[in-house]
Write a protein that binds this ligand. Sequence first.
Ligand SMILES: *Cc1c(COP(=O)(O)O)cnc(C)c1O
Length: 383
Amino acid sequence: MIPFNKPPFTGNEEKYVLESIKSNKISGDGEFTKKCHKWFEERLNCKKVLLTTSCTHALEMAAILLDIKENDEVIMPSYTFVSTANAFVLRGAKIVFVDIRPDTMNIDETKIEQAITSKTKVIVPVHYAGVSCEMDTIMDIAKKYNLFVVEDAAQGMMSTYKGKALGTIGHLGAYSFHETKNYTSAGEGGLLLVNDDRFKDRAEIIREKGTNRSLFFRGMVDKYSWVDLGSSYLMNDMSAAYLWGNLDVVDEINQNRLNTWQKYYNGLKELEEKRFIELPKIPDECQQNAHMFYLKVKDLKERTELLEYLKENDILAVFHYIPLHSASAGLKFGIFSGEDKFTIRESEKLIRLPMYYNLEDSKIKKVIITIIDFMKKQRENKC
Ligand SMILES: *Cc1c(COP(=O)(O)O)cnc(C)c1O
């Protein structure tokens, strides 16, 4: 069986996790957390980062930081993971979904303005597959209407837009270190990126259960106490140690994934030229991170058949997402702004192929050949 995913494991993680265990400081903000924080701030050119228990929690922190309240409106694509919406729904917000662009599957920046009302507080671009949304346009709209931008960059670590790291362009950003993402912190984890100085101190407080404990440890206050809303959003230091093992070889992992992506692309190009499938489009201003390799087939029926055919040939491919506005919670907590031209239609065509660090060439070839085979059979059946 060719698995869909394997969590990135480079060999250094064991050593660091053991080191962390033996340090007798395995709760949050230990030595490995400090190392990771420094690494991200320097590498991403980001003012402040905070490791969290998940990207979901980093997004929840963003919603608290922005004082989202009952009936505030938050604009985002419907083609995303549930956490993008839930983080704001938990604070009482109404979600306003905007259609996606069929080329990148990202929010259509030209449809955002029509969705803005006097209640709109935030725009949440989701960088699908680690390919950036059209951020200049989105930031201009935010400025014009005095809105905040929270980048859901869960899939976007090591990707850039016009040279800037994803997650560092909006007021706040969030990464995921879930085991299915390019880099992981022992299975679950995330990062909040704070790009606006106004949020720096309060972000620490919210992450530390609403206390000013971080300031206390830095000697900036003489006692710590309950000062704000908050929860326990700190990553434990063993998880940070695992992540540190991934960061040791971050460029190698990135290059390895990009190579795999290119091999898929080259192998499947002839099918796109024949218009049997569509391959991902990467806009010129975006450097991607090969978070996923997806292709789009004709329709839902063909997708179901191809997934089945791949499974028969021991290949685990998957699809996602059920658009949020069509799901039961989405109907309750959100509305779709304008016409859904592409969200449902395009989401039903999409298949994700096996993609992970050190995916072997023989497996990549097998996946390509199996897809070509399927497409041939499809056409033969019709003649
Ligand atoms: C993975 C993912 C999340 C959630 O990340 P967790 O770390 O699992 O909480 C949120 N948004 C998007 C777009 C994702 O892909």
